[in-house]
Design a protein around this ligand. Sequence first.
Ligand SMILES: Nc1ncnc2c1ncn2[C@@H]1O[C@H](COP(=O)(O)OP(=O)(O)OP(=O)(O)O)[C@@H](O)[C@H]1O
Ligand SMILES: Nc1nc2c(ncn2[C@@H]2O[C@H](COP(=O)(O)O)[C@@H](O)[C@H]2O)c(=O)[nH]1
Length: 205
Amino acid sequence: MSATTTSSGGTRVKPLVIVGPSGVGKGTLIEKLNKNHPNSFGFSVSHTTRDPRPGEENGVHYHFVEKSLMEQEIADGKFLEHANVHLNIYGTSFKAVDDVASKGVCCILDIDIQGAEIVKNSGKLDCAYVFIQPPSIPELERRLRGRGTETEEAVTKRMQNATKEIERGEKLGSAFFDAIIVNDDLDSAYEKLKDVVVRRIFTPA
Ligand SMILES: Nc1ncnc2c1ncn2[C@@H]1O[C@H](COP(=O)(O)OP(=O)(O)OP(=O)(O)O)[C@@H](O)[C@H]1O
Ligand SMILES: Nc1nc2c(ncn2[C@@H]2O[C@H](COP(=O)(O)O)[C@@H](O)[C@H]2O)c(=O)[nH]1
C-alpha cells in the first residue's frame, strides 16, 4: 500500500481519517465535502457485522458481512485495521483504501478512535487526522435520537462509548490530530474541515 497517492496534476494527496462519537455529524460533513467537490474525494467502504439500516446499500455504505467471514478475513491479513465498536466488528480492508487511492483522489476513512490509533501506529498509511467534537453531550444525544436509526438500547450503548471516545480524543489532543473541530454550526464546522483539507491533504508534490 502506498503511503500517499499522487494525482495526475502532480499534487500529493493524503488520506483523511475522520473520528468522533456516533451521531456527531461525521457522515454529514463527509457528504457535504463530496457534494461540493465530487471529483476530489472517495469513501473507504468499511466492513461491518452490524445489520444494514433502511436505505443502506451493501458495497456502498458498508460491506455487510457475517461475523465468521469477517473474522476469517481478519485472520487472512486483509485489514488495515479493525475494532469492536458498539458490540459489532468494523474494519477497513487494504482493498477499500487502495480502490479509492488508486483513482488519485483523497480517500476518506470514517472510523472510530481505536481504528485511528491502529492506522497511525501501523505506519502503513500517511494520513491527516481530524476529531469531530459535539457542542455538548445532550446535543449529541439529541442528534443520535433525531436520526432515528438506533434502538433505545443502542442509543445507551453509543452514548456510553461517546464519553470514552471524547475523553480519549481529548487525551490524544493535537499531538495526534491535525485538527479538533466542534460541530456546532454545520457550515462553520465544514469550513474548518475544508481548511484542514487545503492545508494538509492536497499539497504540492
Ligand atoms: N451541525 C449540526 N447541527 C445539527 N444537526 C446535525 C449537525 N451535524 C449533523 N447533524 C445531524 O446529526 C445526525 C447525526 O449525524 P451523522 O449521521 O452525520 O453522524 P455520524 O457522526 O456520521 O454518526 P455515526 O458515527 O453513527 O455514523 C443527523 O441527523 C444529522 O443530520
Ligand atoms: N474502527 C473502525 N470503525 C469504524 C469503521 N467504519 C465505521 N466505523 C465507526 O463505527 C461507528 C459506528 O458507525 P455506524 O455506521 O454503525 O453508525 C462510527 O464511529 C464509525 O466511525 C471501520 O472500518 N473501522
